[in-house]
Design a protein around this ligand. Structure first.
Ligand code: ZN
Length: 131
């Protein structure tokens, strides 16, 4: 098979072009399709990119807002890295004012993923173009 791996810079450029035409993309699979189509336009070599890698590039790009839909996950699960973009998660303590209870949350400084004790499992991503 003649697939080539595109560089982060190539993907980022194409991603910007795709999102300027489609400012709201309703799923990761659809975004991948649009990016690959645009990437391979007028090209003999065929490039590809995985959905996970594309999501990471989108999170780091600075011009994509990722809307994360999720379901509740396993409270026992230990999370160090963001399940969306692989960045290290920040541990945030919240003291609730009335009950005086401390809750621990984890937040991703890059893509906006957050979770409390029930580790949210991402199920769907919607990509928005930030202008
Ligand atoms: Zn993240």
């Amino acid at each position: 098979m003649g697939y080539k791996i595109a560089s982060d810079e190539q993907i980022k450029k194409v991603l910007r072009r795709v999102l300027s035409k489609h400012p709201h993309v309703q799923s990761q699979g659809k975004l991948k399709m649009l990016v690959i189509n645009e990437l391979n336009k007028r090209r003999k070599k065929k490039f590809t990119v995985s959905e996970k890698r594309l999501r990471g590039i989108a999170a780091r790009s600075g011009f994509v807002k990722i809307e994360i839909h999720s379901r509740e996950g396993d409270p026992q699960k230990v999370l160090f890295k963001c399940p969306v973009c692989d960045a290290p998660l920040k541990r945030v303590k919240n003291l609730t004012i009335w009950g005086g209870r401390v809750t621990i949350e984890f937040k991703c400084p890059l893509c906006g993923y957050w979770t409390s004790k029930k580790k949210r499992v991402p199920t769907l991503y919607v990509f928005h173009f930030k202008k």
